[in-house]
Design a binder for this molecule. Structure first.
Ligand SMILES: Nc1ncnc2c1ncn2[C@@H]1O[C@H](COP(=O)(O)OP(=O)(O)OP(=O)(O)O)[C@@H](O)[C@H]1O
Ligand code: SF4
Ligand SMILES: [Mg+2]
Length: 373
């Protein structure tokens, strides 16, 4: 679906962590280039999926979006306003609107706090969002919205399953009625069947409240299912970006093709016809990335030009005039279309209802009145 005005606009975002030496006189001897020039947009009600191998900079991007880290350079705009270097009251106001859901429901909830205190904690920081006397009712409504029993408000996190704990984390993320949710691997720690329930919940909440998501994961099947557009990251940069159909069915960057070739294919006949691309070598250190194209040390197509010239993230010249889904941004000098995945890559998350269809009812009471969300 088309998305007007971007809610979030990220331009040339960079995060370098200094590498220092010496005990008394610490001097900088280099930098870990965790994120090194990332740009993207997210529209209202849209989901941008970000995928990539461990260490490519996904969480660092997420932390900068929610102001847990300051970028080294670059800009983040929220609804047209540059929020990159906000502080004080202005920052507090923006933080209400951009919330984060974390990966691990086991460690991200304080075991000594009740569910009511956890979900209501944002109201302590933003008391203007809910008057004191009304908070309990609001928290109960939030529990209901995420499919938990509001009567369990006085229970502790250990009395819930992993999936239920992630619902608690989502309820907390919704408490301040945000417009954007940055979800960093929100289902990676959960069983496959529970993953599907949480993904369905996120989709339902998005449809109900017009939320925009930045959804980070390394599981390509889940990212495809939930995302409208996808950015593929490698060593601090986005190397290919497009709609789910463009990326999954018409990838043109060798790294994306290699990632997709490793996605499990449930249909045995389709599996026979699939092409596996095995990458050689390890991911290079982000403290010393290769010259030119960062992927060149593992790319089977690399040539001399790849070491000399940084490929820009743009529609490759060969596809510029073509009316094909291969016409999307890809940072490769020798971009070519390759049909890597036969069949449906969403099949592994079989329990997830296709977008637009009614998701299975969540456990516990129904969604009810959106209330404070
Ligand atoms: N505070 C820090 N100081 C130094 N280096 C850091 C810091 N935080 C992250 N890094 C490095 O930055 C790079 C990107 O890390 P990041 O956590 O963003 O990766 P990721 O894509 O989220 O990986 P994963 O899939 O494992 O969660 C890694 O090489 C990591 O070691
Ligand atoms: S620019 Fe060269 S090394 Fe980089 S992905 Fe393309 S072919 Fe491979
Ligand atoms: Mg991470």
């Amino acid at each position: 679906m088309p998305h007007a005005e971007p809610v979030l606009e990220v331009r040339d975002l960079v995060k370098h962590y200094p590498l220092t030496q010496g005990v008394l006189f610490r001097k900088q001897v280099g930098a870990v280039k965790a994120v090194d020039g990332v740009s993207f947009e997210v529209g209202q009600g849209e989901t941008l999926g970000i995928v990539g191998e461990s260490g490519c900079g996904k969480s660092t991007v997420a932390r900068m979006l929610v102001h847990l880290e300051r970028p080294t350079s670059g800009t983040i705009r929220y609804r047209g306003e540059d929020i990159t270097r906000l502080s004080g009251r202005a920052l507090k106001a923006v933080r209400r609107d951009i919330q984060m859901v974390f990966q691990d429901p086991y460690t991200s909830l304080n075991p000594r706090m009740t569910v009511g205190d956890i979900v209501g904690e944002p109201y302590e920081i933003h008391p203007e969002a809910a008057p004191k006397g009304d908070r309990r009712r609001r928290v109960q409504e939030l529990l209901e919205v995420v499919g938990l029993n509001p009567e369990h408000i006085n229970r502790y996190p250990h009395q819930f399953s992993g999936g239920q704990r992630q619902r608690i984390g989502i309820a907390r993320g919704l408490a301040l009625r945000p417009r954007v949710i940055v979800a960093d691997e929100p289902v990676s720690a959960l069983d496959v069947s529970v993953q599907a329930q949480v993904v369905n919940l996120l989709e339902r909440l998005q449809d109900e409240f017009g939320l925009s998501y930045v959804f980070i994961a390394h599981d390509l099947s889940i990212v495809r299912h939930i995302s409208d557009r996808i950015g593929v990251m490698y060593l601090g940069r986005i190397v290919e970006t497009g709609t789910d159909n463009e990326i999954y069915d018409h990838p043109t960057h060798p790294y994306t093709q290699a990632l997709l070739s490793a996605v499990p294919v449930p249909d045995p006949r389709a599996r026979e016809h699939r092409e596996r691309i095995l990458l050689s070598g390890d991911v290079p250190s982000p403290a010393d990335p290769p010259s030119g194209c960062r992927f060149r040390t593992r790319c089977w197509k690399a040539r001399e030009r790849c070491a000399l010239e940084v490929p820009l993230l743009a529609v490759p010249a060969v596809f510029r005039d073509a009316a094909t889904p291969a016409r999307h941004d890809s940072a490769c000098h020798f971009a070519e279309e390759m049909h890597v995945v036969p069949g449906d890559t969403t099949a592994r998350v079989g329990e997830v209802a296709p977008r637009g269809e009614a998701p299975p009812a969540p456990p516990g009471p129904g969604a009810g009145d959106p209330g404070p969300v």
